[in-house]
Design a protein around this ligand. Structure first.
Ligand code: C2E
Ligand code: MG
Ligand code: MG
Length: 410
């Protein structure tokens, strides 16, 4: 089938060892492996690729296609716990879908972990030429996207004085606003302010490069003040048009723990005639605060002044569970990686549903981030998530565009 589809050159191996030798000699685009009960090589392959890539033995990570015989296996519920979520009731049986004797949900979890490590895995649910062609097309798109994305190393020579100069003069900095929507009515219920930096030599520097640099230089409070200025500008313009939606600004724990942060912020809001509840502070986890008591006290002081506090990127990062248990938040934002996995992996719905239930028990509102696919919106709503943001709803926009967008929405 591969040969008739014009795919060449082809090579075939029966052991991981042989494949490893072949991979170390040159680059390979796709590895197709059979998942079967007697052989675990297809599963172990991912960690081999990861190890080779990390040690520099592999220039390019190949895409991996899993294929295998699918079957339904009977699962009988043991009567040893009270949890019925997603499982049959005690005494009943359920059927789980398997490929090569491995539960599909287990394969999906592995594929998700591999994706986080940069390895694209396609599970070929059908074994015809069409499914194979679709998988090749998806792999090609992934390779093209990876090639187009500038490597992190490109920015390595960013000088510290360049970011200091950008933050102090404002040169090259822009601030954009991404609306948040009620997922049922599609009304705009808020917006998040995000920074953009256009460098003279490198062009657009992604926040994932810029923010760690800002934090490393201890300039987080300066950045916060700039974003806050723009957030106030938007809030005043919205107030003028009679829209009362909160604007969210990202802030690290270090920023929020600055002495007298709440008092100063409240004074600035009152000074321009804005109520504090219109400003939401999203706690990012990029600089974790080791002193949880200090963080809890700082967040309580901020909330006491009427500001809303949101926990950003919930579900990723080591400390978020702990934070949610020990500190109260007005809102929890489910990280986009879970939301994007919703259409792809069946287990994601259960994970998101668990997050939502937990947040509800702790009286927090839930926002789904990174909604890229329109079809996940009704799914999220069914799971109990009322608010969301993402490219499927609206991209981040410049101040003027955002105001035009708001007027059109109304
Ligand atoms: P975040 O606070 O979780 O912001 C959401 C990020 O998701 C933004 O990335 C936004 O552009 C992106 N996004 C929105 N919709 C989608 C979607 O449908 N798909 C995908 N893949 N992404 C989507 P951005 O602007 O690159 O910012 C990345 C992170 O950098 C932010 O994550 C935040 O932690 C940090 N950041 C951005 N602006 C600021 C800022 O002004 N101050 C601070 N302290 N951190 C900021
Ligand atoms: Mg955020
Ligand atoms: Mg986030």
């Amino acid at each position: 089938m591969l040969a008739t589809n014009g795919i060449k050159p082809l090579a075939s191996f029966t052991t991981l060892g042989e494949l490893e030798v072949y991979l170390s000699k040159g680059s390979v685009d796709v590895i197709i492996c059979q998942i079967c009960p007697a052989c675990e090589a297809g599963l172990l392959l991912l960690s081999v690729l990861n190890r080779m890539h990390k040690s520099g033995k592999l220039e390019q990570l190949p895409s991996v296609f899993w294929s295998g015989e699918t079957s339904m296996i009977e699962l009988a519920r043991r009567g040893d716990d009270n949890c019925t979520f997603g499982l049959p009731a005690i005494g009943q049986t359920a059927w789980i879908k398997c490929m090569g004797g491995v539960a599909m949900t287990a394969l999906e979890s592995l594929a998700r972990l591999a994706k986080a490590a940069g390895i694209h895995v396609e599970i070929l649910h059908q074994c015809g030429a069409i499914a194979l062609n679709d998988a090749f097309r998806a792999a090609l798109l992934i390779h093209a996207k990876n090639d187009a994305e500038p490597a992190q190393a490109t920015f390595d020579s960013l000088a510290e004085d360049e970011i200091i100069s950008a933050l102090t003069t404002g040169e090259g900095l822009r601030f954009v606003f991404q609306p948040q929507f009620d997922l049922l009515s599609r009304r705009v219920v808020g917006a998040e302010a995000l920074v953009r930096w256009k460098h003279q030599r490198f062009g657009d520097i992604p926040p994932s490069v810029m923010i760690p640099l800002v934090n490393h230089l201890g300039l987080d409070l300066l950045l916060f003040s700039l974003v806050e200025m723009w957030a106030i500008k938007v809030m005043l313009a919205l107030k003028h048009e009679n829209y009362r939606i909160p604007i969210a600004v990202n802030a690290s724990a270090k920023t929020l723990c600055t002495p007298q942060f709440a008092e100063r912020l409240a004074a600035r809001m009152h000074g321009v005639g804005l109520p504090t509840h219109l400003l939401k502070l999203e706690l990012t986890e990029d600089v974790p605060e080791p002193d949880e008591l200090l963080l809890s006290a700082a967040l309580t002081a901020i909330r006491a002044k009427g500001f809303q506090i949101s926990l950003d990127d919930f579900g990723v990062g080591a400390a978020t569970m702990n934070l949610l248990v020990n500190i109260s938040f007005d809102e929890v934002k489910i990280d986009g990686s879970f939301v994007r996995a919703l259409g792809e992996y069946s287990s994601s719905g259960k994970v998101i549903s668990g997050f939502i239930n937990w947040a509800r028990l702790l009286t927090s509102n839930v926002v789904a981030e990174g909604i890229e696919d329109e079809s996940t919106i009704p799914m999220l709503h069914r799971l109990g998530c009322r608010v969301g943001q993402g490219y499927a709803l609206a991209h981040p926009m410049e101040f003027d565009d955002f105001m035009v967008f708001m007027k059109k929405q109304n």
